[in-house]
Design a protein around this ligand. Structure first.
Ligand code: ADP
Ligand code: ADP
Ligand code: ZN
Length: 230
């Protein structure tokens, strides 16, 4: 499965990407995560992009496209990938098309997740993440069972909140989405790749809606089951 998850900040791209990653055994490639990792490790790239992420505007295309192209060349992308938060403008969509053509790879779909702006602000202001395993949570919509402990990896007191998840930066990021990212929807529509899911639905329903778009894609586990049965 090779798909793009498209949607405004807080739409649930990362949450769904992580679920699909586990189901299909393919990596989530999130431009934002890659930038944050570089900032954390104080690399040259990290230093270049830190202020941009703080402001909530887009990192220059040349930097972003090179980073994604190199990531797609890693061996774990051989059987598929989920692009989360890339492309974010038309130039990036065109560059991705060109790059995939060169690599001999075909996209299955660009899945748009729609959520109203007011709900996005609530989603982003309640968002936090496990600093150890990266699992995502929400104060109201997805709280951990024990408030200090990650459900997934058991890390204690390791939750972090993103510095750009404050109301002012969120407004800038939403504005960037409407002005620069939305124009890529017709790009994928013209190519017959655009699918839309209702990102306002409860988390599990959104997952079900996305999975229903790919009925022919068996998860590795289903594949084994099918062999056993037949
Ligand atoms: P969100 O949760 O808001 O969708 P991301 O983690 O995807 O956030 O992105 C965080 C920040 O990283 C963005 O505000 C932007 O500064 C930068 N960024 C992420 N993806 C891209 C991209 N495709 N092009 C340029 N900048 C990007
Ligand atoms: P994105 O990657 O698109 O920026 P996230 O996946 O980080 O968005 O989701 C933003 C926040 O909203 C997270 O705290 C997540 O737990 C929560 N969330 C995600 N999907 C839903 C949903 N369908 N309903 C309610 N909350 C959600
Ligand atoms: Zn964890």
């Amino acid at each position: 499965m090779r798909i793009i998850l498209l949607g405004p900040p807080g739409a649930g791209k990362g949450t769904q990407a992580r679920i699909l990653t586990e189901k299909y055994g393919i990596p989530q490639i999130a431009a934002g995560d890659l930038f944050r990792e570089n900032i954390k490790n104080k690399t040259a790239l990290g230093q270049q992009v830190e202020e941009i992420l703080k402001a909530g505007t887009l990192v220059p295309d040349a930097i972003t496209i090179k980073m994604i192209s190199e990531r797609l060349d890693q061996p774990d992308c051989k059987n598929g990938f989920i692009l989360d938060g890339f492309p974010r403008n038309v130039a990036q969509a065109e560059a991705l098309e060109e790059m995939l053509k060169k690599k001999g790879i075909k996209l299955d779909a660009a899945v748009q997740m729609t959520v109203d702006d007011d709900d996005l602000v609530e989603r982003i202001s309640g968002r936090f993440t496990c600093g150890d395993c990266g699992e995502g949570y929400h104060d109201k919509f997805k709280p951990p069972h024990d408030p200090d402990t990650c459900d997934k990896c058991g890390a204690k007191d390791h939750f972090t909140r993103r510095p750009d998840d404050n109301e002012e930066t969120v407004r800038t990021r939403l504005d960037t989405y409407h002005k620069q990212t939305k124009p890529i929807l017709p790009f994928y529509e013209e190519r017959g790749l655009l699918k839309t899911v209702d990102g306002m639905a409860p988390l599990k329903n959104v997952t079900a809606e996305i999975l229903a778009l790919f009925p022919s894609k068996k998860t590795p586990n289903q594949g084994i089951q099918a062999k056993k049965n037949g």
